[in-house]
Design a protein around this ligand. Structure first.
Ligand SMILES: Cc1cc2nc3c(=O)[nH]c(=O)nc-3n(C[C@H](O)[C@H](O)[C@H](O)COP(=O)(O)O)c2cc1C
Length: 168
């Protein structure tokens, strides 16, 4: 897909078919995450592909998120903050920035594959840690269900360019 068409085609999908996603497609999507840029090329990330239904359900405590656990795959993007680049001037750790870029590569690659996604950061990190058995140095940053969309997306609401851009 042309890049601008791809960006236009991406929506947050909150209802999925149970149809499985072929592993080959998941691998292509993860390949796009692997090629994401990261500060100082530190690549301080690790991705979990959660296909097991019990584990998927274990990621969410809230019944209102049952739609996410019902997708055939949930991808969880984690960081190693201790392995990320830290800006010397102010000590800002860039692990969240790196994970966000990799995650958006995942989301756009999934769109190209005809799959739906939805960024999810409203989760209980302790629950996700325990469901995936994460080591202490690894932090769950974001996740997305991955699957074929069941519902049509809602219309997009966005601020105008004039509101969000300053030209100098
Ligand atoms: C960092 C981030 C965290 C988000 N967390 C959640 C979430 O926990 N649950 C959810 O349903 N949507 C979540 N979203 C999706 C946003 O609500 C959605 O992107 C926004 O409303 C715009 O809609 P669109 O993605 O369909 O264009 C998140 C998006 C981002 C970028």
């Amino acid at each position: 897909m042309d890049f601008y068409a791809l960006v236009n085609a991406r929506y947050s999908i909150r209802s999925y078919k149970t149809e499985p996603v072929p592993e080959e497609i998941i691998r292509r999507i993860l390949g796009a995450a692997r090629l994401a840029p990261s500060a100082a090329n530190m690549q301080p990330w690790h991705f979990f592909v959660v296909r097991d239904e019990k584990t998927r359900r274990g990621l969410f405590s809230n019944e209102r998120q049952a739609w996410a656990a019902a997708a055939p795959v949930v991808l969880v993007a984690c960081s190693y903050p201790d392995k990320a680049w830290v800006r010397s001037g102010d000590g800002k750790n860039h692990s969240d920035v790196d994970i966000a870029i990799a995650m958006e590569h995942i989301v756009l690659a999934a769109t190209e594959e005809g799959l739906g996604t939805c960024w999810i950061c409203a989760f209980d990190p302790a629950l996700v840690r325990s469901a995936l058995g994460l080591p202490g140095e690894m932090e769950p940053v974001a996740m997305t269900p991955l699957g074929y969309a069941e519902a049509e997306p809602l219309p997009r609401k966005r601020k105008s360019l004039d509101e969000i851009v300053t030209w100098r």
